[in-house]
Design a protein around this ligand. Structure first.
Ligand SMILES: Nc1nc2c(ncn2[C@@H]2O[C@H](COP(=O)(O)OP(=O)(O)OP(=O)(O)O)[C@@H](O)[C@H]2O)c(=O)[nH]1
Ligand SMILES: C=C(OP(=O)(O)O)C(=O)O
Length: 204
């Protein structure tokens, strides 16, 4: 089975606006690139993917993504869902049977999360990883890719579930710390740092 992953990343000049009261533009860019690196490492660690792509309008993001072992795809259509749809067609043309689309801001994601979602996709056409507050979608595994159109944005989880039901597709929700914690607010950032610190302490 051709399992592929796709990560959308905004232009660095516009990232993490909800953190703009707390972090400078440079700090927000650094945070985004650090989290992207962690997500790509987790995807590699799963050893379950035949390719990992990053779609962005930002050449620095694409250059870094390539250094970290992902394909860098220039954003052809502006906008989160639009850019993803073009990139998903690209994945289909390259033989993808399943496509895992995930946010770049999941710093606690681990290889086991990826393997678990892929395992669930053997019996479900759609696997959805909700955000901590249960309204957003941090990862979407679709078999085949584009079996539902992309509707990331406000209340996307509810929209994906509604689509799955209306197309009579089987779906399931996958929850773990690594998939639930996306970093949008100061509270998310504090939580991330506290977990990351505990992990560092546990490793000695
Ligand atoms: N390629 C691409 N990726 C996007 C776009 N908009 C959002 N993303 C990515 O989609 C994921 C979720 O992004 P958002 O939470 O909407 O944006 P954010 O920059 O993380 O945070 P805010 O500015 O606070 O909304 C992240 O990986 C973003 O980088 C876009 O227009 N193009
Ligand atoms: C884009 C999304 O989430 P957020 O903007 O909260 O990261 C989403 O969950 O579809």
């Amino acid at each position: 089975m051709g399992h592929r992953a796709l990560i959308p990343v905004k232009h660095l000049s516009a990232v993490k606006t909800r953190l703009s009261r707390h972090l400078t533009p440079e700090q927000r860019s650094t945070l985004v690139l650090d989290m992207l690196h962690r997500v790509i490492d987790a995807l590699h660690a799963s050893q379950a993917l035949e390719s990992i792509s990053v779609v962005s309008a930002d050449s620095e993001v694409l250059e870094r993504a390539r250094c970290w072992g992902a394909h860098g795809l220039q954003e052809e259509q502006p906008g989160h869902n639009e850019a993803l749809a073009v990139a998903a067609h690209h994945a289909i043309n390259h033989g993808a049977d399943t496509l895992l689309t995930l946010s770049a801001d999941l710093p606690l994601l681990c290889g086991q999360d990826v393997r678990a979602m892929i395992e669930q996709s053997e019996t479900h056409q759609i696997v959805l990883a909700p955000s901590r507050d249960g309204t957003g979608t941090n990862a979407l595994l679709a078999r085949p890719p584009l079996v539902v159109p992309y509707v990331f944005g406000v209340n996307s989880l509810q929209h994906y579930i509604a689509q799955a039901r209306s197309y009579q597709l089987s779906y399931m929700l996958y929850r773990s710390l690594g998939t639930e914690l996306d970093i949008d607010t100061l509270e998310d950032l504090m939580l991330y740092w506290s977990y990351d610190h505990c992990e560092t302490l546990a490793k000695g």
